[in-house]
Design a protein around this ligand. Structure first.
Ligand SMILES: Nc1ncnc2c1ncn2[C@@H]1O[C@H](COP(=O)(O)OP(=O)(O)O)[C@@H](O)[C@H]1O
Ligand SMILES: [Mg+2]
Length: 257
């Protein structure tokens, strides 16, 4: 089937891109952050020779930044590295079984790292991934980090809630989301978590973020089901009267007017 061929082609594309030793520093070291082993990749054009320092000091960097959200699964913070804004996403330790799963199947950070480069190659805008690394203890991945360039554009949620656009500008943006989904789906890829906060708006275009549930499909059946899910999320969340969305969110956020 064509879709299985695409999947193979995508793997080759990513492998090729990430093989560029001039751009990426491959890390596999027990010296950076003892007693842990660190495995990952960092962009040389961003970190220069500071990658090891950034890795060993990642938690203070994350804590001293602006924490955007934190829950059991992940913590997201906007931090400053070498005078530049960076989004650090920490995939927290979720217990032995999850840890085992991510050790065997690859961590979430690693998967998203690879997917980011694939999307970039396919012409789908997403923030530049600057690096990722897994922290291993006794051979098991216990947590991971993904570092992305900060995108200054507001999310679609902010566009509406902060009145950055007028409501008559919304249908054009809604159409852009529709187009973006069509393009993604035509390539055999689904996002899996379509909502206002996972799409940023910059320079008149869309930037897709939060690729944790992204899937590159090998089976037509699964693709079809996942497209339906993306479409349902689009219909129920994005393709709404923007006034309704604002009203609903204001109530949820307990804003009185
Ligand atoms: N590269 C980025 N540039 C700017 N803001 C970002 C970026 N990545 C994440 N954010 C902000 O952080 C929020 C949470 O990040 P996200 O990856 O969506 O985490 P979660 O899985 O917790 O939803 C986003 O809704 C967005 O506001
Ligand atoms: Mg999100």
């Amino acid at each position: 089937m064509a879709i299985a061929d695409d999947h193979k082609k995508y793997r080759a594309i990513v492998k090729n891109m990430l093989a560029d030793g001039g751009l990426f520093e491959n890390i596999n070291s027990a010296e950076i952050h003892p007693p842990y082993r660190i495995k990952g990749m960092m962009r040389r054009d961003f970190f220069g020779n500071t990658a090891a320092n950034i890795i060993s000091g990642i938690d203070p960097l994350l804590k001293n930044g602006t924490i955007i959200k934190t829950d059991r699964a992940t913590t997201v913070s906007k931090a400053s590295i070498a005078g530049q804004n960076v989004i650090i996403k920490r995939y927290n330790n979720q217990g032995f079984l999850n840890s085992l799963k991510y050790t065997l199947a690859g961590s979430r950070a690693k998967r998203v790292w690879r997917e980011t480069y694939l999307l970039q190659q396919l012409g789908i805008t997403t923030p530049i991934a600057l690096g990722y690394f897994d922290v291993l203890h006794n051979g098991r991945v216990i947590r991971s980090y993904l570092l992305n360039a900060f995108c200054s554009g507001p999310s679609l949620h902010d566009l509406l809630l902060n009145s950055i656009i007028t409501l008559d500008e919304w249908p054009a943006i809604n159409d852009q989301v529709n187009n973006l989904l069509n393009i993604l789906h035509s390539k055999g890829i689904t996002h899996g978590d379509i909502k206002h906060t996972n799409i940023l708006y910059e320079k008149g275009g869309l930037v897709l973020i939060d690729l944790d549930s992204l899937a590159i499909h090998r089976s037509e059946k699964k693709l079809k089901r996942s497209i339906e899910k993306d479409r349902k999320a689009y219909t129920k969340k994005i393709n709404l009267d923007p006034n309704e969305y604002i009203k609903r969110k204001k109530i949820e956020l307990n804003i009185s007017h």
